[in-house]
Design a protein around this ligand. Structure first.
Ligand SMILES: [Zn+2]
Length: 380
């Protein structure tokens, strides 16, 4: 194995071993601040920790451009520091077949530590080889796995780039996320009236019954061919001998069409309010738009993020592969703030499971891909 190839693999493993579930990214941030200092970059932390209740904020760093690209427009590379649970005390196994896994008691955390490792390696090589490059911004976010809370809380006024790449898309080599939905999460609080269940049940208003009546009327799953609706949790009542006063229902809606997400939300609200009204219960619905839809035009404009990605992959003899996502990522926030962001391939499979894996070979090619993106002259 070449020295740089070994270096990026070691880097990935080192990073994967650092605990950093969402809201607890502190140790990952400390690692990155120290490592970027060695590369001459000061990473600054923002005030997102306080805003979202985590122990760490987003990290931002800036590298001056060099040589003939010194005055080109800057580009931004973004990766998230957090992992999903179970993500602490990992054991990383480099298998004989070239795959890298955990011991299957935790996630591997290739999502998105492989993105971070690739960005560091790519920039290190750009420096070592003294390659000309445009100004580069680095953004390492927190709580991406929780509706992208970190990138949503970022102060975008300090971002100079229009073009952004976030290697956070799982799938075959060359994938990118061509669209991501609007996601609305909601909580329905039903307040009925308690009474003794055996003595005077007629005086109570059963909050669970109201919930059941409403939920049985609501079509879950596909609301239409691009919108899903799910009621995920329900809790209510406290004892069996009282008519339950409270019931709390939590759910979410995702749609490839922004307006349809809201229309579906209205439908849910109307059904719950009809049932609450007819039973005489009180109703309170909290809803929150967690991420906002985007759709990438496959006909990439020259110089756009997708065009650059296509060209960079072309230099590796590869092609782009559009992939619909139903999740959302930091890129949703970046696009919402006017940037031309692209959620690009990162070598990670079976993400968010204890069977997550990556491969040595792909990490090596992926780091090279990022390096190409950093120094690419898209006008050529
Ligand atoms: Zn991710």
């Amino acid at each position: 194995m070449k020295q740089n190839d070994k270096r990026v693999i070691d880097r990935f493993i080192e990073l994967a071993l650092v605990d950093g579930e969402s809201f607890n990214e502190r140790m990952v941030a400390d690692y990155l601040v120290a490592e970027f200092q060695k590369l001459g970059i000061k990473l600054c932390e923002d005030d997102t920790a306080g805003k979202i209740g985590g122990n760490c904020g987003n990290l931002y760093g800036f590298a001056e451009g060099r040589g003939k690209y010194a005055d080109s427009e800057p580009i931004l590379f973004c990766a998230h520091m957090d992992t999903v649970a179970p993500g602490n005390n990992k054991k990383i196994i480099l298998n004989d077949d070239g795959t890298i896994t955990s011991d299957h008691t935790t996630v591997l955390g290739a999502d998105d530590r492989v993105g971070i490792a690739g960005i560091i390696e790519a920039y290190t090589e750009v420096l070592e080889e003294e390659l000309d490059h445009p100004p580069i911004e680095f953004l390492f976010t927190v709580a991406e796995e929780v509706y992208g809370l970190g990138s949503a809380a970022l102060d975008y006024s300090k971002i100079r780039s229009r073009i952004a790449f976030a290697p956070d898309c799982s799938g075959e080599y060359g994938v990118y996320s061509s669209c991501e939905p609007t996601l609305i999460s909601f909580e329905v609080h039903i307040k009925g009236k308690a009474s003794h269940a055996g003595y005077e049940p007629e005086k109570g208003i059963n909050a669970i019954a109201v919930a059941a009546a409403a939920i049985s009327r609501i079509k879950q799953g596909w609301a239409d061919d691009h919108t899903t609706l799910n009621i995920g949790t329900i809790e209510g009542g406290s004892v069996t001998n009282a008519v339950p006063e409270n019931c709390l229902i939590k759910g979410e809606i995702r749609s490839g069409v922004h307006e349809d997400a809201y229309q579906t939300m209205e439908y849910v609200e109307s059904v719950f309010s009809e049932e609450a009204k007819s039973a005489g219960a009180e109703l309170c619905i909290d809803k929150k738009e967690r991420i906002t839809v985007y759709r990438k035009d496959p006909e990439a404009r020259a110089g756009s993020a997708l065009d650059r990605y296509k060209r960079a992959l072309g230099k590796q003899g590869r092609e782009t592969l559009a992939k619909k996502s139903y999740g959302g990522s930091d890129i949703n926030s970046l696009i919402k703030h006017g940037m031309d962001g692209l959620n690009i391939y990162g070598p990670m499979y079976n993400i968010h499971t204890t069977e997550e894996y990556t491969t040595v070979q792909e990490i090596v090619s992926f780091a090279e891909l990022l390096k190409i993106l950093m120094v690419l002259d898209w006008t050529e």
